[in-house]
Design a protein around this ligand. Structure first.
Ligand code: SF4
Length: 482
């Protein structure tokens, strides 16, 4: 993938110590807030901002940071894209994710024609791709601000500069070493929160764009992580999700830093935190020490998302996953014998270049054997800039789509069987929200991440209840409070 050096003219190059950077961004935020206040005077109301998140948990967490900054700048947050400022926090994991963003930009343009004061910003993984920046420069010149994943912490400054006006502002870096702490964050849920523990990925799976758009692995200091978890607990958070592209390699390459299992032990000590989740775990880096820590923990949830991607060793080799079918199954065996009630979920790609019908059969047999609680299944989509994008497919489109349908059916069937082990049991549920369809029900999650709907009201959100799991509806339960 080409470096982003072509855009150096737009790029801030000042390398400053992180604390100093935090102070600088806080000053920028004050300046932005002055401009937002002027805008409010002009409009006779608080300007509104809408942040739309595409993609994964990492992006969801980044959006919480954007929202925290916007709120402190004086914006009123809304989910309506008619807002005075709209930010798309993009994902580029699949090509159709990019197409969706371009499609929606057309609608934003129409809105901007009616409201010329409207500002449009794009950030996230997609913006790390030089071809995307070029396309936006050429064909979407109404966009006001583009920034990438490495300099999200500079958002106060970029917001300030964008509000000063002066045409499309582009600030995209090809890498960073900085991890800037202590900028405002607005959590979506008051009782649970994501916590970034590391950024980037060193694995270079042959289909994945992440190492190119999120950079090499960088771990946050465990002291900062624990300080954040303690602050969250003091603020009423009961569940944390430790986030990273490959959490199992946390601390590697940082002299004297804790390992991931050691970090989990420390997080477990934080009073007030009742549930600990983490994602994503690369199977090749999942150690026996981690299995022991999970087994002995009272707080680590009985759920592990363990992406397998394929059940064929040949395909796994082409994917550069660095484990075989046998090694993965052996790991699953060790996990299940140490933690019998562990719920496993996974990601699977169908139609990877070079995958044959026989390889696909191996994936189906692996799903049959593991019996996941859920699996996210995808048809392979080439990402420009990754090695696999150059490789030809072995199967026809019909074969891929037929294989995909078979896999989907099998996942549904095995997930139902697996989740049915819980039927009739009384389990602890953390209530997360009102049910979207039925206002007499609340929706919560088990430690194993299975959703449960049961009668309740808004006062229960953020609290734990013992719930009898009465009816298995496939991936979720209908329950009754005990
Ligand atoms: S482990 Fe592989 S699939 Fe996951 S982010 Fe890293 S390169 Fe991508």
């Amino acid at each position: 993938m080409a470096a982003l050096a072509d855009y150096s003219a737009y790029r801030a190059t000042i390398a400053v110590p992180e604390d100093e950077e935090t102070a600088r961004q806080r000053e920028e935020l004050k300046e932005a807030a002055k401009l937002v206040a002027e805008l409010a005077d002009k409009l006779g109301r608080a300007p509104t901002a809408c942040v739309v998140t595409f993609g994964c948990q990492m992006n969801a967490r980044d959006s919480e940071k954007l929202c925290g900054i916007l709120l402190e700048a004086g914006y009123e947050l809304t989910e309506d894209e008619e807002a005075d400022l709209v930010i798309y926090n993009t994902c580029t994991v699949r090509d159709n994710a990019n197409q969706r963003v371009f499609g929606r930009l057309g609608h934003l343009h129409a809105m901007k024609k009616k409201n010329p004061g409207k500002r449009i910003a794009l950030c996230g993984c997609m913006i790390q791709e030089p071809t995307v920046i070029e396309k936006i420069r050429q064909s979407y010149s109404f966009v006001d601000l583009l920034f990438g994943t490495h300099n999200l912490y500079k958002f106060p400054e970029l917001l300030h500069r964008m509000l000063l006006g002066g045409g499309m502002l582009i600030d995209v870096w090809d890498k960073t070493d900085a991890i800037v702490e202590d900028l405002p964050v607005l959590r979506k849920y008051p009782f649970k929160s994501g916590v970034n523990i590391m950024f980037g990925c060193d694995n270079f799976c042959s289909y994945c764009i992440v190492p190119y758009v999120r950079g090499r692995e960088r771990s946050r200091s465990s002291k900062e992580i624990l300080r954040e978890v303690e602050k969250l607990a003091a603020d009423g958070v009961v569940e944390v999700m430790l986030l990273g592209q490959n959490v199992n390699s946390y601390g590697k390459g940082s002299e004297g830093e804790l390992s991931f299992p050691e970090l989990l032990r420390e997080v477990e000590q934080v009073e007030g935190i009742h549930r600990i989740r983490f994602m994503t775990s690369h199977p090749k880096d999942l150690s026996d020490e981690l299995i022991s820590v999970m087994r002995d923990s009272k707080k680590i949830c009985r759920h592990l998302h363990l992406p397998v991607q394929s059940g064929s060793t040949e395909v796994l080799k082409k994917m550069n996953r660095r484990y075989s079918r046998e090694q993965y199954l052996d790991l699953v065996g060790r996990l299940r014998s140490a933690i019998p009630d562990l719920a496993l979920t996974t990601d699977i790609i169908v139609g990877f270049p070079g995958e044959t019908k026989a390889d696909l059969e191996e994936t189906l047999s692996l799903v049959e054997e593991v019996k996941y609680d859920n699996a996210f299944t995808f048809i392979y989509s080439p990402r420009t800039g990754t090695p696999a994008a150059q490789w030809p497919s072995c199967m026809t489109e019909e074969e891929i789509s037929e294989g995909f349908d078979r896999l989907l059916k099998l996942v549904q069937q095995t997930a139902r069987e697996s989740v049915s082990r819980l039927e009739g049991r009384v389990e602890e549920v953390l209530v997360e929200e009102m049910n979207e369809r039925d206002p007499s029900l609340v929706t919560g999650r088990l430690s194993g991440n299975v959703l449960v709907h049961f009668p309740g009201d808004a006062s229960m959100i953020g609290h734990f209840y013992d719930v009898k799991l009465k009816e298995n509806r496939g991936f979720y339960y209908i329950g009754e409070r005990i």
